[in-house]
Design a protein. Structure first.
Length: 212
């Protein structure tokens, strides 16, 4: 029903957007290298859950508030930027203090059933990013024709993006997880904390400077 020429165009555009590096990619790399593939998978699931919330809110029109209200957009944007800076600051502090990158991962592995931090980090990073909501509101309607069920088509299109994101991030997670053993060395632990910290702080600052 929905597999039209426009959908194939949509698939190509979304594929390009999905492989563009950003906060999601950095979080998965950090999680997989510090805690292994299971921790990276939890981060990935959190990221996709955050996207799911945005898709749903966009489909029912709630996200329109962010687009039409500069104040609402700014509040969510600053919260999201602040959270990225917070995560980056934690990594930089750990690098300065010489906290092993693998320590967090080992703690997660030992208490996997009760530790939801990787999931929450991925979830909040996306939930507090208003650019995701703006993307869905501005982009999805271009692929919905007159007379088509708007809610169903919006969820369908958003689901494609989420599915692609999940597959790409899980592939990245598997690749990074195979390199985890390298990051048991103190020097590499410090590099992981430092690089991920600077990248996350930079992404937070860039988000804070985004215009509506």
């Amino acid at each position: 029903m929905f597999l039209t020429a426009e959908i194939w165009t949509y698939l190509g555009i979304v594929a390009l957007l999905t492989v563009t590096p950003g906060a999601d990619v950095m979080l998965v790399i950090r999680s997989a290298l510090s805690g292994g593939q299971r921790v990276g998978a939890r981060t990935t699931l959190g990221i996709c859950a955050g996207l799911m919330v945005h898709v749903t809110l966009s489909a029912v029109g709630v996200s329109l508030i962010l687009v039409q209200s500069a104040a609402a957009f700014s509040v969510v944007k600053l919260l999201g930027a602040g959270y990225l800076v917070f995560l980056g600051g934690q990594s930089l502090w750990n690098a300065r203090q010489g906290v092993p990158a693998g320590t967090e991962g080992m703690q997660m592995n030992e208490g996997e059933k009760r530790d939801n931090r990787p999931f929450l980090q991925g979830f909040l990073t996306n939930l507090l990013n208003p650019k995701v909501a703006v993307f869905y509101l501005a982009f999805l309607p271009q692929f919905i024709k007159a007379g088509e069920p708007v809610l169903l088509k919006s969820l369908f299109l958003g689901g494609i993006h989420i599915g692609m994101s999940f597959l790409c991030l899980m592939l990245l997670n598997i690749m990074m997880g195979k390199l985890q053993h390298i990051f048991t060395r103190p020097a590499w632990q410090q590099i992981l904390h430092s690089v991920s910290g600077f990248v996350l702080v930079g992404l937070g600052i860039r988000l804070a400077l985004e215009q509506t």
